[in-house]
Design a binder for this molecule. Structure first.
Ligand code: FES
Length: 122
């Protein structure tokens, strides 16, 4: 990660791997989950709204949602909204969890794709 007048270089796209997302530590906004969703770069706060899994260790699914690595809640990376509550053992209460813990959106940050890397801007 390097800072310049054109923003902070977060991660080269070819380092994202098949998950489409990674954790970038110690940015000006703390640790972020940074990746590509439907070909567009994103950066959001790294902690899941459920029980704080590192979202950068999750995956981006075919629809472009960020999927939590622990219980597979899904997030819209543009709005930060939880679009699906936790699954697995939490599935029976996924709706109430989404309505309570998930009602606070992830923080979203402005980024751009440049020279094969994702930059934090603004
Ligand atoms: S910690 Fe993310 S869904 Fe449970």
């Amino acid at each position: 990660m390097t800072a310049s007048i054109q923003g902070t270089r977060l991660v080269p796209v070819d380092e994202l791997g098949p998950s489409g997302v990674t954790v970038v530590k110690d940015t000006p906004h703390g640790d972020l989950a940074v990746g590509l969703s439907n070909g567009a770069p994103f950066a959001v706060s790294n902690r899941c709204r459920h029980v704080f899994a590192p979202l950068g260790k999750g995956t981006v699914d075919a629809a472009g949602h960020l999927v939590c690595p622990w219980h597979h809640a899904e997030f819209d990376v543009r709005s930060g909204e939880m679009t699906l509550g936790p699954q697995g053992v939490f599935k029976p209460i996924a709706g109430p969890i989404k309505a309570t813990l998930g009602s606070r959106e992830l923080k979203t940050y402005q980024v751009e794709l440049r020279d094969g890397a994702i930059y934090l801007i603004g």
